[in-house]
Ligand binder design. Structure first.
Ligand code: ADP
Length: 497
C-alpha cells in the first residue's frame, strides 16, 4: 500500500474545496473557501476567475498543511469543477479579459431562442447531445468575443484562450504552459462533437469561435501535466479531471450500463451510465460523456430537477413552517399519508422531462383537515416524484430498467424521503457511507491515471454501503399516487405565461 496521498480539488459554484484521500479511499483532510458571486444585471451571474484560482490554490495548500503533509507526499492531483462556466484569458498578461460567465447566467437566452427559430436544434442535438440553451458554454463564449473590444481579432491571432474552469486551473497550475481540458467538460460546451470526439468545425463556424483559442481535449484519467507553481516545492501530476456530475457518477462507482446516481442538493441531478452507446433522448434529457479511460468513452444520460432541497428551504425561509430541514422527516412520519395534498415545487419552472419555464409552484388538495405536517410531507414527496419522473424518462430512453440508483447530497439524510423514493421507483435506492462522491470521483480518476490504484477493481471495493431502501408499497397504490401527481403537474404547467 502506498504511503502517498491524492489531492482532490472540487471547484464548485459557490466555493472552492480541497480534500486529501489516502490509498484506502479515506478522507484525511479538507479545506473550503467560499468566493464572491457577482450579479451585474438580472439573470447575469459572474465569478472573478482570479478569485477562483486564489481560493482553489489556497485551500489546496491548506488541506495539505492540515494533513501535516508536504507536496512530496502528494502522488497526484484530481480536478472536478462547476461545468459550462466560461473563462477567456490573454496569454501575454495571463489575465482574464472578462469575468467568468457562470453556467447559471441567462444573458444569451434570447440568442438561444433565435438559434432555435433558425432551425439549428436538431443539428446541435445530433452533434453535441445537448438542447440549445444559455446554460452551455458556446453562446457565453460568443458573447465575450462579441462584447470585449478586439477580442475576436486577438483570439484569431492565438492571443486569447478559452477554457472551462478545469482548463483555467491547469493553465494556472502550469504557469501558462498547458492549455487543456478533459472530455467531460468539453462535452458541455455545445462546441464538441461527442461522436467524433473533436471540436466541431460547423459549430465553431456557427458561433464564430476561432479554433486557435480552444484547449486540447484529454481523457479523464491520464497524466495531463505537471504542476509548476511555487505552491508546492515538487512537481505534481494532474492526472484526473471530470465535471462535477460525471465525477460524482464515477465516485459512486456507477460503472455498469444502467447504474445511475442522483444528487439531492438544492436541485436534484441525475446521471445514468449508458455504456458505450450515446443514447439519444426522446424525453428531453441530455446525452453526455461520462468519462474516457484508457481511450474508451463511456456515455451518460443526464436530467436535472431545479427545485429539490430548495423546496425545504422555502418551507423554512419562505413559509416559516419549520426551523430546519432535519425536522421534516419526523413531521412527515407523524401523519399516515399526504391526505390528498400534492406540492409541485415548480418555484422556478420545471426542468426535465417537462421543460416548462412558465410552470409555477402548485399546492393542491387542501382541506380543513390539512395540517402543517401534510404540507411538509407533500414537499418531500414532491422531490421524490420529480426524481421518479426523470429516472423513468431515462429508463424509457435506455430501453431498460435502472440497474441500481445510488444517492448523495444533503437531503439523502432524510430516511422518509429515501424510502418514499424507493416506493415510487419500485426499485432499490442505495445510500453510501461516504457522501463526498464528487471529490472522490476526481481522486479516483487521478489515482488511476498514475497507477496509484492499478485498476478499477482495486477501488471498487472502497465504495461502502450505508443503507439500501427497498420498495414496501404495492404497485397499484404507487400507480395511483403517480397518476395523481401527474394530474397536479398538469395544473402547474404554463401558469405564468
Ligand atoms: P448544495 O450542494 O446544493 O448546496 P447540499 O447537498 O448541501 O446542497 O444539500 C442541502 C439541501 O438539502 C438543502 O436544500 C436542504 O434543504 C436539503 N436538506 C438537508 N437536510 C435535509 C433533510 N434532513 N431533509 C430534507 N432536506 C434536507
Amino acid at each position: 500500500m502506498s504511503d502517498k496521498y491524492i489531492l482532490s480539488l472540487d471547484q464548485g459554484t459557490t466555493s472552492s474545496r480541497a480534500l486529501i484521500f489516502d490509498h484506502s479511499g479515506a478522507i484525511v483532510a479538507m479545506a473550503q473557501k467560499p468566493f464572491e458571486q457577482h450579479f451585474p444585471k438580472p439573470g447575469w451571474v459572474e465569478h472573478d476567475a482570479n478569485e477562483i484560482w486564489s481560493t482553489q490554490s489556497s485551500v489546496a495548500a491548506e488541506a495539505v498543511a492540515k494533513a501535516n503533509l508536504s507536496g512530496l507526499d502528494i502522488e497526484a492531483i484530481g480536478i472536478t469543477n462547476q461545468r459550462e462556466t466560461v473563462i477567456v484569458w490573454d496569454t501575454e498578461t495571463q489575465q482574464p479579459v472578462h469575468k467568468a460567465i457562470v453556467w447559471q447566467d441567462r444573458r444569451t437566452s434570447e440568442y438561444c431562442e433565435t438559434l432555435k427559430e433558425e432551425g439549428h436544434a436538431d443539428m446541435i442535438r445530433e452533434k453535441t447531445g445537448l438542447i440549445i440553451d444559455a446554460y452551455f458554454s458556446a453562446t457565453k463564449l460568443k458573447w465575450i468575443l462579441d462584447n470585449v473590444e478586439g477580442a475576436r481579432e486577438k483570439a484569431r491571432k492565438g492571443k486569447l484562450k478559452f477554457g472551462t474552469v478545469d482548463s483555467w486551473l491547469i493553465y494556472k497550475f502550469t504557469r501558462g504552459k498547458e492549455h487543456a481540458t478533459d472530455i467531460t467538460n468539453a462535452s458541455r460546451t455545445m462546441l464538441f462533437n461527442i461522436h467524433d470526439q473533436e471540436w466541431d468545425a460547423d459549430l465553431l463556424d456557427l458561433f464564430d469561435i476561432p479554433p486557435e483559442m480552444l484547449p486540447e481535449v484529454k481523457g479523464s484519467s491520464e497524466v495531463i501535466c505537471q504542476t509548476s507553481t511555487t505552491l508546492f516545492s515538487s512537481k505534481i501530476p494532474i492526472s484526473g479531471i471530470a465535471g462535477d456530475q460525471q465525477a460524482a457518477l464515477f465516485g459512486q462507482m456507477c460503472l455498469k450500463e444502467g447504474m445511475a446516481k442522483t444528487t439531492y442538493g438544492t436541485g436534484c441531478f441525475l446521471v445514468m451510465n449508458t455504456g458505450s452507446k450515446p443514447v439519444t433522448s426522446e424525453n428531453n434529457l441530455l446525452t453526455t460523456i461520462a468519462w474516457k479511460i484508457n481511450g474508451t468513452v463511456t456515455y451518460a444520460l443526464e436530467g436535472s430537477v431545479f427545485i429539490g432541497g430548495a423546496a425545504i428551504q422555502w418551507l423554512r425561509d419562505g413559509l416559516r413552517l419549520i426551523h430546519g430541514a432535519v425536522e421534516t422527516e419526523a413531521m412527515a412520519l407523524s401523519v399516515a399519508d399526504n391526505d390528498g395534498v400534492y406540492f409541485v415545487p415548480a418555484l422556478s419552472g420545471l426542468a426535465a422531462p417537462y421543460w416548462d419555464q412558465f410552470a409555477r409552484g402548485t399546492i393542491i388538495g387542501l382541506t380543513r383537515g390539512t395540517k402543517a405536517a401534510h404540507l411538509v410531507r407533500a414537499a418531500l414527496e414532491g422531490i421524490a416524484y420529480q426524481v421518479a419522473d426523470v429516472l423513468k424518462a431515462m429508463e424509457e430512453d435506455l430501453g431498460a430498467k435502472t440497474l441500481e440508483m445510488r444517492v448523495d447530497g444533503g437531503a439523502v439524510a432524510n430516511n422518509f424521503l429515501m424510502q418514499f423514493q424507493a416506493d415510487l421507483l419500485q426499485n432499490e435506492v442505495v445510500r453510501p457511507q461516504i457522501l463526498e462522491t464528487t471529490a472522490m470521483g476526481a481522486a479516483y480518476l487521478a489515482g488511476l491515471g498514475t497507477g496509484y490504484w492499478k485498476d478499477i477493481s482495486e477501488i471498487q471495493d472502497q465504495w461502502k454501503l450505508d443503507r439500501t431502501f427497498s420498495p414496501e408499497q404495492d404497485v397499484e397504490k404507487i400507480n395511483l399516487l403517480m397518476d395523481k401527481w401527474h394530474d397536479a403537474v398538469n395544473r402547474s404547467l404554463n401558469w405564468a405565461k
